[in-house]
Design a protein around this ligand. Structure first.
Ligand code: OAD
Length: 231
């Protein structure tokens, strides 16, 4: 039977593409104060600082290349007879550039700009500035379309529906420290899905998974995809 596969990804899947994770040693939150660059209050205090932070990340993401783990998930979407959905906490576009089509960016995307005044969204230029104006309403309230702490993640209803229909739920490269994503495995397991963790090390919620594969994503993800496809 073709089974529905729902995959949650986090910063660990992009680590081998050269993009920093958040909580590893020397990660983004070791070098930047989260409350300064990833909260609405931080943006209100110093929008230039926040734009500089995301401009740097946008430029790094554009220069990065998908790795074998992103490519394996695109292969899974192509060849698996059931549906494959990626829910990513990442704001880079490496899943899309690897060829995945069904991707929900629950924490937003560096590729998009958002007007805080009228909610209009448009393609972000490589560098954004606090003085940029919205092409729809003209307000100088331009921000990156990324979800900050204290804000509601995107795609809530679509994600709930996907989790309810998952036969397999796999979590890749995430520490399980941030909700609501951290609760998805337990939720799916209670609903009867087979749960799989692929990460460098056991995450905080490791006990919510029936199957575990620990190692670099570029190795464990292609091997898991091969097994799912029966290759
Ligand atoms: P974290 O930095 O919290 O966790 C990254 C996970 O990836 C850790 O468990 C690492 O062990 C693992 N990892 C590192 N390198 C890896 C590799 N090569 N292969 C496999 N796994 C590897 O990142 P996230 O869990 O994505 O939110 O963080 C979740 C959210 O917290 C982010 O979306 C962001 C952050 O604050 C917002 O900014 C709203």
């Amino acid at each position: 039977m073709a089974r529905n596969i729902v995959i949650l990804t986090g910063a660990g899947i992009s680590a081998e593409s050269g993009l920093g994770t958040f909580r590893d040693e020397d990660g983004l939150w070791a070098n930047h104060a989260l409350e300064d660059v990833a909260t609405p209050e931080g943006f209100a205090r110093d929008p230039d600082l926040v734009h500089r932070f995301y401009n740097t990340r946008r430029i790094q993401a554009a220069a990065a290349r998908p790795n074998a783990a992103h490519e394996a998930l695109a292969r899974l979407e192509t060849w698996h007879l059931g549906h494959v959905l990626i829910i990513t906490q990442n704001v880079d576009d490496l899943h899309e550039r690897a060829g995945s089509h069904h991707v929900l960016h629950m924490h937003g995307s560096l590729r998009q700009a958002l007007c805080a005044a009228c909610d209009h969204r448009w393609t972000a230029p490589p560098e954004m500035h606090a003085s940029d104006t919205c092409p729809a309403c003209g307000a100088a309230a331009t921000r990156p379309d990324v979800v900050w702490f204290g804000e509601i993640p995107h795609w809530g209803a679509r994600i709930d529906e996907a989790l309810a229909g998952a036969d397999i739920f796999a979590s890749i490269g995430t520490s399980g420290e941030v909700y609501p994503a951290a609760a998805y495995a337990q939720h799916c397991r209670r609903l009867g899905a087979h749960t799989v963790e692929l990460n460098l090390e056991p995450s905080r919620g490791a006990r919510d998974f029936a199957e575990h594969h620990y190692g670099p994503a570029s190795e464990v993800v292609p091997a898991w995809v091969d097994r799912v496809l029966g290759a």
